[in-house]
Ligand binder design. Structure first.
Ligand code: PXP
Length: 239
């Protein structure tokens, strides 16, 4: 079974909605690890809409499992990663106007810049994973950069309408997983995975880690809400 990396960006999104100090992603990471997660994933975006530099720096000092930093393949971000030294870096495409990372990285279309980022990070001992669609050309380009890992984008599988379409997307993920391994790449996967669609992906042989964020944080809000309201009533009664 793959390990679980939990993406805690949404905790920071709630904090940034008020530009306040709570909820703190560093506190969330402690709870996430206590519950059994193997790693913590955060995406430091160019616009700093959720995770802040301070979060990554503090998580580096507090996370006990592995810290996976998602970021764009820019020199500014590479320099930041070389400074903070996460356990690994996942290079993702980034557009300011997108709601979340929408598609995989076009490694083939920017092989020189991605290759340079991979080289700088891996020569400093930071393994690099490339977030790509389950597509032969992207996997071949990823192998050419020398990256140790790819993270297969599971969004098309997650959004497939109907059983037939989902089965076909799952087959593509399975084939991409085999292809990546044949090219010498290690394989992670993620995006759009939920409590309802995760099992078939977790069963694919060769996937080392699943990165899951939205579904877990969405559930946490609901399962925690009742207790939070009760505690506020208690605070009022105590007053
Ligand atoms: N993997 C990557 C590279 C991502 O960018 C994201 C979303 O930030 C995830 C996994 C997690 O996706 P989700 O929040 O849909 O579980």
């Amino acid at each position: 079974m793959p390990t679980l990396g939990v993406n805690i960006d949404h905790i920071a999104t709630i904090r940034q909605a008020r530009r306040t100090v709570e909820p703190d992603p560093v506190a969330a990471a402690v709870l996430v690890e206590l519950a059994g997660a193997d790693g913590i994933t955060v995406h430091l975006r160019e616009d700093r809409r959720h995770i802040q530099d301070r979060d990554v720096e503090m998580l580096r000092r507090t996370v006990r499992g592995h810290l996976n930093l998602e970021m764009a393949a820019t020199q500014v971000m590479v320099d930041f990663a070389l400074d903070v030294r996460p356990d690994y870096v996942t290079l993702v495409p980034e557009r300011r106007e997108e709601v979340t990372t929408e598609g995989g990285l076009d490694v083939g279309g920017q092989i020189a810049s991605v290759g340079l980022a991979v080289e700088q990070l891996q020569s400093a001992g930071i393994a690099v994973s490339l977030f790509v669609d389950p597509d032969t050309a992207q996997l071949q380009a990823s192998a050419r950069t020398g990256a140790k890992f790819v993270e297969l984008h599971t969004g098309r599988y997650a959004e497939a309408g109907g059983e037939q379409a989902q089965r076909s997307e799952l087959a593509q993920l399975a084939a991409a997983c085999d292809e990546a391994q044949a090219l010498g790449l290690r394989v992670n996967a993620g995006h759009g995975l939920t409590y309802w669609n995760v099992a078939p992906v977790a069963r694919l042989s060769g996937i080392e880690e699943l990165n899951i964020g939205h579904s877990i944080i969405a559930r946490a809000v609901l399962v925690g809400l009742e207790r939070a309201v009760r505690e506020m009533k208690q605070a009022m009664i105590a007053g």
